[in-house]
Ligand binder design. Sequence first.
Ligand SMILES: N[C@@H](CCC(=O)N[C@@H](CS(=O)(=O)O)C(=O)NCC(=O)O)C(=O)O
Length: 212
Amino acid sequence: MKIYDTALGPFPARVRIAIAEKSLEPRIEFVPIDLLKGEHKTATFRDKNYSGTVPVLGLEDGTFISECVAITRYLDVLDGMPTLTGTTPKEQGVIHMMTKRAEMEFIEAISIYFHHATPGLGPQVEKYQNWEWGIYQRDKAFAGMRYFDSILRQQPFVAGDFFSMADMAVLGGLIFVDHLDVEVPTECYTLSSWYKAMQERPSVKNRVTMFK
Ligand SMILES: N[C@@H](CCC(=O)N[C@@H](CS(=O)(=O)O)C(=O)NCC(=O)O)C(=O)O
């Protein structure tokens, strides 16, 4: 299998954590895609992923799977023993809901801020920027951090009692925050200490870095 990504990006980190959690590194060839040069927006790359984003999983039969959730689910059930996306219907429903919520309320919001209200990936890539929209989404991400802080005051992980795909989505958002000119709100000390604790997890350790 191949993973087309950028080694240090927040969304790719979600899948790289999943790969580590499932001990799949030996089966994966990582193919670097240069976002700063806009390689992900070329026709060649869009043949792999119409949306022009990374990561993308390439299978031996020529199938390409994009979207962190889809890739994580594929990798999680590969061994017939899902550990990240739920085993019971309720677990699967709650994990999927909290992952989607982490995307809509946090990582996608801070990503929009990155692309629209900062230089982002540079003028060669950021063809359209809307500063107001970026600031609006930044504030949405702050509200999202306060929400996840409140969740983590009630339970050890984002979707309940065990580490799951939902935690990886929140970690992706925190990686963005780490390297932008924004901070986790001081009142979100539970989220901050959870983030610190997560970085001791072998699958997360050293993956919390960002492309420059
Ligand atoms: N919905 C997609 C989003 C993926 C995404 O936005 N990836 C970023 C990678 S990174 O910024 O996190 O490193 C990207 O390709 N950004 C490039 C762009 O948006 O031009 C997913 O879940 O995989």
